[in-house]
Write a protein that binds this ligand. Structure first.
Ligand code: ADP
Ligand code: MG
Length: 491
């Protein structure tokens, strides 16, 4: 090809000087075929020959037969510019990257081939993803059909999925907040209740079985339907999958004997609540650090607003206490009961307080809640009350920690100053008027972990809400105590 283009160019120089007809121009000639410094032809030209990779500019003239070369290139690599007056090509040059310069076939090929290759690769990748998505959709459709066949009432099997499979499938794709309502309803109706594991203030918690796996079923009493609504709303709208937040499976509302039954189905934790766990068990300082760190990691995840598609609003719990914290098999905790939670989004500056007449547990109420000075229109206020309650939970844990062979029996906060079911007034007198705080035994100071916990709890109990530590600060302090290699990875 290189040789071809040079040959054609040489021919132009050879033929053109021989043409001496009328209307011929005198042109500058400096190409390989020039016998003189001028030549005569129909058109003068200047050409760029870069067939061998080097750019050379040559001048000469074209005969009639090669006139069309003025509009394209010779042999694909020589670009020309023509003019038609005597010696007009003496000052004619082709600037580098001349936009008017027609692109040669090879230049076009050089650009087009990689573009086509990239385009083909992209097309193949897109086709591959379409196929994967199609398969995924088919799988979901098959499952939904299986569910549909039951008319949502008959018990049936959701494929051969485990709960983990089902949740993973739905949570890592789609809206990401959990199972679709139809699937939630079917899962709920396939559960066999086995035993009642707890009675709360507003309902019962049962251990149930779904396809051979344990699940916890919280059955709300009708007077606490707002808590069910709130918890269902939060779990279904917010992506709350976190190892220190109780894992949600499904919510269901049924009508039985003309009354409404409200179910909330979550992961089951056989150790029960932290309240029960601490009654049965003592822990060593490392164990107490693990409990504390896991709770604060859950609380930080609740409190923080995460931006972006996988984001979440900031959430304040408003009823944090040892009964609403569950102990998992790995001795980490997870936070349960979002029935009173409030949500806040900085982006839309929206505070969603919900519509629940229920109030938090009096024993764990912060002074500003008890004396009703809390700024209910500020989201920060609710976070401050969570930190107060966290300090009390920390105290409950610390009492059950064995230090130098010494340990206290389990007692709830303020056990020594209020009755077993304290009234609002009882609590207000102790916490606001007398400004009493749980007692911190001296021997806690002989252990690094417990003395840090003691310091943190004191800083959770400041009368002034804004003076208290933030959940994030507490997490950082506890993370520092947790030496690398300990069984809790930092969160
Ligand atoms: P409360 O109203 O006192 O906060 P709950 O209704 O939240 O109580 O729960 C009552 C009890 O049921 C808890 O203290 C705990 O023992 C048990 N429980 C709740 N959820 C679970 C769960 N997911 N797994 C195991 N036990 C649970
Ligand atoms: Mg509860």
């Amino acid at each position: 090809m290189l040789q071809g283009s040079s040959w054609v160019l040489s021919m132009a120089f050879l033929i053109i000087p021989a043409c001496l007809a009328n209307g011929l121009r005198q042109c500058v000639c400096d190409g390989p075929g020039c016998t003189n410094i001028t030549c005569q032809g129909r058109k003068c030209f200047v050409a760029i020959d870069n067939t061998d990779g080097f750019t050379r500019q040559t001048k000469g003239c074209f005969s009639i037969h090669l006139m069309e070369q003025c509009f394209s290139s010779i042999a694909g690599m020589v670009v020309t510019k023509c003019c038609d007056s005597d010696m007009c090509n003496s000052n004619l040059t082709i600037p580098q990257n001349d936009p008017e310069q027609p692109m040669t076939k090879n230049q076009l090929q050089l650009i087009l081939i990689p573009v086509l290759v990239v385009f083909l690769i992209l097309l193949l990748v897109a086709l591959y993803f379409c196929k994967v998505k199609w398969h995924y959709r088919q799988r979901l459709l098959t499952r939904l059909n299986e569910l549909g066949e039951t008319d949502m009432l008959k018990a049936s099997i959701v494929g051969d999925s485990t709960l983990g499979d089902l949740l993973d499938d739905y949570c890592t794709t789609g809206s990401g907040s959990g199972l679709p309502f139809l699937v939630q309803r079917t899962v709920a109706r396939q559960i066999t209740l086995v035993e009642c594991v707890g009675k709360g203030r507003y309902g019962e918690v049962w251990r149930g079985i779904w396809q051979g796996e344990n699940v916890a079923v919280k059955i709300f009493s009708s007077r606490d339907e707002q808590s069910w609504f709130r918890e269902t709303e939060i779990y279904n709208t917010v992506l709350l999958r976190h190892e220190n937040i109780l894992g949600f499976i499904a919510s269901d509302m049924t009508s039985r004997n003309s009354s409404t039954q409200l179910w909330l189905i979550t992961h089951y934790h056989e150790n029960g609540s932290l309240y029960e766990y601490l009654q049965r068990t003592t822990v060593d300082p490392e164990g107490s650090l693990l409990l504390a760190l896991s709770i604060i990691c859950g609380l930080v995840h609740l409190h923080v607003e995460i931006f972006g598609t996988q984001g979440k609003p900031a959430i304040a719990h408003r009823d944090l206490k040892s009964r609403n914290i569950l102990v998992k098999k790995n001795k980490q905790c997870c936070i349960a009961d979002l029935g009173l939670a409030v949500m806040h989004s900085q982006t839309s500056d929206y505070l969603d307080i919900g519509n629940n007449p229920r109030v938090g547990t009096k024993r764990y109420m912060a002074p500003e809640v008890l004396d009703e000075t809390i700024r209910t229109d500020s989201f920060e206020s609710y976070k401050h009350t969570d930190v107060w309650a966290f300090g009390l939970v920390l105290w409950e844990i610390a009492r059950r920690t064995v230090v130098n062979g010494m340990v206290e029996e389990y007692k709830p906060p303020f056990y020594d100053v209020v009755p077993s079911d304290p009234s609002f007034e009882d609590m207000k007198k102790v916490v606001c008027i007398d400004q009493q705080r749980p007692r911190i035994p001296n021997n806690w100071h002989s252990d690094t972990i417990l003395s840090t916990l003691a310091k943190i709890m004191k800083e959770c109990w400041y009368q002034s809400p804004s003076a208290r530590l933030t959940a994030l600060r507490i997490k950082k302090t506890l993370n520092k105590l947790n030496s690398p290699g300990d069984n809790f990875k930092q969160c």
